[in-house]
Design a protein around this ligand. Structure first.
Ligand code: ZN
Ligand code: ZN
Length: 357
C-alpha cells in the first residue's frame, strides 16, 4: 500500500509541483515503507515519485517501496543532491515541505541548497490523511483487535495489590505478544484518586477495593494506531461512581449517535457535552470528545468545541468523553469510530457495561 498517486493527484489544486516528505508519519503514509525512526526522504511530484535513504535502509526500501524511483544517499551524494536531481528531472519550481515537523536547521539547509522555492504544506498533508481508504481501515481495525485482546486478558489478571505500573507493563506485553509493532502511546493506568488526571502516568499505587481503574492504551499494527479506554471497578461502586460512569457512557453514546460525515466537530462534541452538563458535571470534562486516529495517534480531524469544519466521510475519530473529580476518581470511556454518510461504525468491540472485578 502507498499513497504516492493520491498525493500527486492533489498537487495542482495546492499550487505545488511536488512535496518533500521528511517526517516519519508522512513518509510512511506516502510510501508504505516503515523505517523505524530512520532517515529517509520521499519526494512526490506531479510526474513521478522518489524515495531516498542511506545504506542502513536501502535494501529494505528497494524491496518494499513501489511506484517510486529509489536512490541511496552517502557522503558524496547527500539528500540535497538527490533532491536537486529530481527537481531538474521533474521540472519542480514550487516544493511543499512539512513545516510542522522539519527543524529550523533542516529548513535553512534545504532552502540554501535546493534549486526551487519551498512553501509550507503540512496542512495539505493533514487534510489528505483525514480520509481513510479500505486498506487503512482494515489496519486500524487490526490494531484495535489487538488492544481489545489485551484488555480481555488483563481483566482476568487485575487483583487488589497490583500496581498501576504492573498493569501498564502487562498491557504492553500483551499487545506486543498479540502482534503489535509497538505502542501507539505510553499506556495510561490510573486508579482511585489518580483517575481524576486524564493523562496520568502509571505509578506504584496499588489497586484497592472500591477503586475505579482507568486504562487508556493502544498499539500500532502495520503502521496504524489503535486507541481505547475502559474504566473498570474493583470490588464495588458507590452510588456516585455508578452515576458518573453511566453519565459518561450516555454522553459517549450521544456523541456517537450524532457522528456522521457532514456534521462539524463542534456538533459531535456538543452532543456528548450536553449530557455531561445536564448531569451537573460540565466543569469536570475539560478535554475534547475526540481526535482523528491513523498513522499518528492524534491527527485530524478533531471532534472538539473549536472545530467548525464538517467531518469528512471516511474519517476515523476517537469518542472519549470523561468526568474527572479531583481527589476522588475519574471515568473515561473511549472507542474509535469510522464516519460514513449516514452515521458511523464503531470499530471498537469491547463491551462498555460497567465491569466490577
Ligand atoms: Zn486513548
Ligand atoms: Zn484518544
Amino acid at each position: 500500500m502507498n499513497h504516492f498517486a493520491e498525493i500527486a493527484a492533489h498537487l495542482a489544486e495546492e499550487h505545488l509541483d511536488a512535496v518533500l516528505l521528511t517526517g516519519e508519519a508522512n513518509r510512511f503514509y506516502a510510501s508504505g515503507f516503515h523505517s523505524t525512526g530512520g532517515d529517509g526522504v520521499a519526494l512526490v511530484s506531479r510526474n513521478g515519485s522518489y524515495y531516498f535513504t542511506d545504506s542502513r535502509y536501502i535494501e529494505a526500501a528497494e524491496a518494499q517501496v513501489e511506484d517510486a524511483a529509489i536512490g541511496m544517499t552517502d557522503r558524496e551524494r547527500p539528500y540535497s543532491a538527490w533532491i536537486n536531481e529530481a527537481i531538474s528531472l521533474s521540472g519542480i519550481k514550487t516544493l511543499g515541505f512539512e513545516d510542522d515537523t522539519m527543524t529550523v536547521a533542516e529548513f535553512r539547509m534545504y532552502e540554501k541548497k535546493l534549486n526551487c522555492q519551498m512553501v509550507p504544506a503540512s496542512d495539505f498533508l493533514h487534510r489528505l490523511r483525514r480520509v481513510k481508504d479500505a486498506e487503512e481501515v482494515e489496519r486500524l481495525i487490526g490494531a484495535q483487535r489487538i488492544a481489545e485482546g489485551a484488555l480481555e486478558q488483563i481483566l482476568k489478571e487485575i487483583r487488589v495489590g497490583m500496581t498501576e505500573k504492573e498493569i501498564a507493563a502487562r498491557l504492553q506485553y500483551l499487545m506486543l505478544a498479540g502482534g503489535a509493532e509497538k505502542m501507539s502511546f505510553d499506556p495510561i493506568v490510573a486508579s482511585g484518586p489518580n483517575g481524576s488526571m486524564p493523562h496520568a502516568v502509571p505509578t506504584e499505587r496499588r489497586i484497592q477495593d472500591g477503586d475505579f481503574i482507568t486504562m487508556d492504551f493502544g498499539c500500532v499494527y502495520r503502521g496504524y494506531c489503535s486507541d481505547m479506554t475502559r474504566t473498570v471497578a474493583m470490588g464495588g461502586v458507590s452510588e456516585e461512581m455508578d452515576r458518573v460512569y453511566h453519565t459518561v457512557l450516555q454522553a459517549q453514546l450521544a456523541g456517537i449517535a450524532a457522528a456522521r460525515a457532514g456534521v462539524t466537530g463542534r456538533e459531535v462534541d456538543a452532543a456528548a457535552r450536553r449530557v455531561i452538563e445536564e448531569a451537573g458535571y460540565g466543569s469536570c470534562f475539560g478535554h475534547s470528545f475526540g481526535h482523528g486516529v491513523g498513522v499518528e495517534i492524534h491527527e485530524q480531524p478533531n471532534a472538539s468545541p473549536v472545530n467548525e469544519n464538517a467531518l469528512p466521510c471516511g474519517a476515523v475519530i476517537s469518542a472519549e468523553p470523561g468526568i474527572y473529580l479531583p481527589g476522588k476518581f475519574g471515568v473515561r470511556i473511549e472507542d474509535v469510530i469510522l464516519l460514513t454518510e449516514d452515521g458511523c461504525r464503531d470499530i471498537t468491540r469491547s463491551p462498555k457495561e460497567l465491569v466490577v472485578l
